[in-house]
Design a protein around this ligand. Structure first.
Ligand SMILES: [Zn+2]
Length: 136
């Protein structure tokens, strides 16, 4: 977690419930949030990490799933027509959406998007860590 995809303005607004102009990162790991009212505050990076998961878990509740095979799900949000596929792999879930792709590009070995969280819930898991503990 080291760039603007994770430390985004929208995430900072969700965390602080305030209007945010921009977020900047310091070399020592501190995250500075510049509010629209001119004030500046630091936010613990862990808050962004939690928001990253919570936000996607909340969104995942609106995903409609069809299990095509034991290791393949078709995922569709209630509001949009586009269908994404989630493949169950031994070490991770793989989705065909943009969010999953970007997380991979940003260096996450096991990306997890709202579709993956929906599948995890269907598998009876509360998190990816929870899922990885299961025997195969
Ligand atoms: Zn996805």
């Amino acid at each position: 977690m080291s760039n603007s995809y994770f430390f985004s303005v929208r995430a900072a607004e969700r965390i602080t419930s305030k209007r945010v102009k921009r977020v900047s990162l310091w070399r020592n790991g501190a995250v500075l949030v510049h509010f629209k009212n001119g004030k500046i505050n630091t936010i613990d990076p862990l808050n962004f990490q939690r928001d990253f998961v919570d936000f996607r878990q909340r969104q995942s509740r609106e995903i409609l799933l069809s299990r095509i095979t034991p290791t393949l799900y078709a995922c569709k949000s209630a509001a949009y027509e586009k269908v994404y596929s989630v493949v169950i792999e031994p070490e991770r879930l793989r989705c065909s959406c943009k969010d999953w792709e970007i997380q991979l590009e940003e260096g996450l070995q096991r990306p997890c998007c709202k579709h993956c969280y929906a599948v995890l819930r269907d598998l009876g898991c509360s998190s990816l860590q929870d899922y990885l503990k299961l025997p195969f």
